[in-house]
Design a protein around this ligand. Structure first.
Ligand SMILES: NC(=O)c1ccc[n+]([C@@H]2O[C@H](COP(=O)([O-])OP(=O)(O)OC[C@H]3O[C@@H](n4cnc5c(N)ncnc54)[C@H](O)[C@@H]3O)[C@@H](O)[C@H]2O)c1
Length: 269
């Protein structure tokens, strides 16, 4: 799908990080954006910064884990703009670092509700609108942790693998329904965002004692992407008709190692 002026995009988790980077990039291309988030303070701030860039923006408070909340987001989008071209199912949190057997049932439930059901809610709410017009694209944010194992965060890795698998299948189903439809999964490496701080504010993790959270840049050094770089890479993938976008240093190599090991294992005997 070509991204152009006059289109309308919806972005969940749009108040911060990658979602906000997508909003900024789309606004700079003349696309109207509906930013949605569960944190009202962040949403108000994001809306006014995007408007100060000259963007046509609507902010909608919604919890992606709640199906009716996402349906209301779709209704509001149609009420305000009467069309939708791109839906970015991006909202998410990280989970505590621990081996699988120490992860709580509550963490699993939260990751499945937000990361898997949240993406599904976005698709079921907006797909009928795409099908009606015969055009539209889903961009689902997963992670490089959805392309290869990531030790110590199984609820995160497992749900991100689910988003990769469901997007690959969704893309086939959409193209079978109409050639103008499609889906792309975004699998970045480390991105300089407030994911840790926001995840703590939402109760998904506890910050280390003293409340200090190491920044992504201090964890990843020079190998950390900016949200704008991730957004440009995602939009380039959509425009090129690609199903995967995997920006970030070392991401392709890790994915290649996983595929090579998988093929070696399953071709034995
Ligand atoms: N930062 C990274 O290094 C990185 C790398 C790969 C993938 N990701 C993924 O990218 C996505 C965006 O993360 P980010 O790094 O931009 O973090 P972020 O915290 O800056 O942005 C995520 C936004 O999602 C919102 N959110 C969380 N739960 C929600 C819910 N139930 N309903 C609606 N909104 C909700 C948060 O309030 C926040 O504004 C996440 O799914 C994350 O796992 C991040």
């Amino acid at each position: 799908m070509h991204i152009e002026q006059g289109q309308v995009a919806v972005i969940t988790g749009g108040a911060s990080g990658i979602g906000y980077g997508l909003a900024e990039t789309l606004v700079s291309r003349g696309v109207s954006v509906v930013i949605s988030d569960i944190r009202s303070d962040g949403l108000v701030e994001a809306e006014s910064s995007l408007q100060s860039m000259g963007g046509e923006v609507t902010a909608v408070l919604a919890d992606v884990a709640d199906e009716s909340s996402v349906r209301a987001l779709a209704e509001r989008t149609m009420e305000v703009y009467g069309r939708v071209d791109l839906v970015c199912n991006n909202a998410g949190t990280v989970c505590p670092a621990a081996p699988l057997w120490e992860q709580s049932a509550q963490t699993w439930q939260r990751m499945i509700d937000v990361k898997v059901r949240g993406v599904i809610h976005g698709i079921t709410a907006f797909a009928p609108l795409f099908l009606e017009r015969g055009t539209g694209h889903f961009l689902n944010t997963a992670s490089s942790g959805g392309l290869a194992p990531l030790s110590g965060r199984t609820p995160y890795t497992a749900t991100m693998h689910a988003v990769v698998g469901l997007t690959e299948t969704l893309d086939i189903e959409l193209k079978e329904a109409a050639p103008g439809l499609g889906a792309t999964v975004l699998c970045p490496g480390l991105v300089d965002t407030a994911l840790g701080v926001n995840s703590a504010a939402l109760g998904a993790i506890s910050l280390p004692t003293g409340g200090a959270q190491r920044s992504m840049r201090s964890i990843g050094g020079g190998n950390v992407l900016t949200p704008r770089e991730v957004a440009e890479s995602a939009l380039a993938a959509i425009e090129a008709g690609r199903v995967h976008a995997a920006p970030g240093s070392g991401v392709v190599e890790r994915a290649r190692r996983r595929v090579d090991e998988l093929l070696a294992d399953i071709t034995v005997g």
